[in-house]
Write a protein that binds this ligand. Sequence first.
Ligand SMILES: [Zn+2]
Length: 217
Amino acid sequence: MYDAKMEYLRKNVFAYDDHKFTKTYYLWKNRKPVSIYPHTEPDQANAYYTRTEKGGEIFFFSFINKGSNERIFTCHSFDIVAHESGHAFLDKVCSEFNDNGRLITRSLHESFGDLTAIFLALEHKGIRDDLLRKTRGNLSKKSFLSALGEVLNANYGYNQDGIRDAIGDDDSFSNSNPRSFHELSQVFTRAIYAILAQTFEAMSQSDSSRSKSRTLF
Ligand SMILES: [Zn+2]
C-alpha cells in the first residue's frame, strides 16, 4: 500500500498513539500477542520467531562485525524484521505449517518470510525509486532487493551478497545433499520473484505513460 501523504497511516495506525498503543491494537485475531525482543543475548548473527503458550516471541540478536568491529543489531535490518514478522504472521493464519516438520513445508515458511521482506520493501516509494535507479529498471538484475539478510554475511567480512538471493541459478544447489530448508526455500522465492520481474517488465512495456515506480507498486 502506497500512502504518499501518510493520511491512511495517520488515520488508521498512528491514531492509536492517542490511546497509548492499547493492547487491542497489538493483539492478533486469536487474542494472543507476539512479544518482540530487539536486543537479545548472547551475541550471535541471528533472529528467530517461536510460537509460545502466550502467543509468540521474536528474538533479535546482535553481534560484532569482525571486519569493522562494529556491533550489528539484527533488529535494524529491514529484511530480517520483515522475515521474522512473516513467520509470525503465517503461523497465525496457518499454524499447521509450523507444526509440520517436513523439509518442504519448512522451506515454504522460509520463503514466505523472504517474500514478505521483498514485497514490504516495494510498498515504499523511496525504496522503489532507489531500486529502479540502481537496476536501471531491470528487476532481473541482482540488487539490494533480491539479496536477503546481507548484514548477516557482513559478519564474516564477505561482500554484500545476501545469505539467500531471490535471483540465482537453482542448479547451483540442486546437487547438494542434504538440502537445508533455508537453501531450498530459494526455489519458491526465486519463482515468485521471476514472476514479479517479468510481470513488471510486461506492464512497463504495455503502458509507458505510467511511471515505473507506480507500475512496480
Ligand atoms: Zn526464517
